[in-house]
Design a protein around this ligand. Structure first.
Ligand SMILES: [Zn+2]
Length: 107
């Protein structure tokens, strides 16, 4: 018997959650109550896993904004323009600033 192994990547498709926030008007007085996002929903369009992948590519892997946009869009199928890469990178930098400073205190 002879084994022949072939490694293959599964198709990569992002998991998209559609949060539908419906505003409702009171039938008696007409007051509109605006819906809010459920608590664990991220405020931006990209979940922490997408932000982390972007941070890895821009930081550790030193990919350009254009390369990061291409990989996220064409390989991972998460549409990210170069402008959104830059904007999301700023968000990741802000989120990591405090833990970064705390970690440096121990190095
Ligand atoms: Zn009412």
């Amino acid at each position: 018997m002879k084994n022949h192994y072939v490694d293959e990547l599964p198709p990569i498709r992002p998991h998209v959650t559609d949060h539908q926030c419906l505003d409702v008007a009171c039938a008696r007085c007409g007051l509109v109550t605006e819906a809010t996002l459920p608590d664990p929903a991220p405020s931006g369009a990209y979940a922490p896993s997408v932000q982390a992948m972007l941070g890895l590519r821009r930081g550790e892997l030193r990919q350009s904004v254009r390369q990061t946009s291409a990989v996220m869009t064409e390989v991972l199928h998460v549409p990210l323009s170069t402008g959104m890469v830059a904007k999301t990178q700023e968000r990741v930098c802000r989120a990591l600033a405090r833990p970064h400073h705390e970690a440096r205190a121990y190095v």
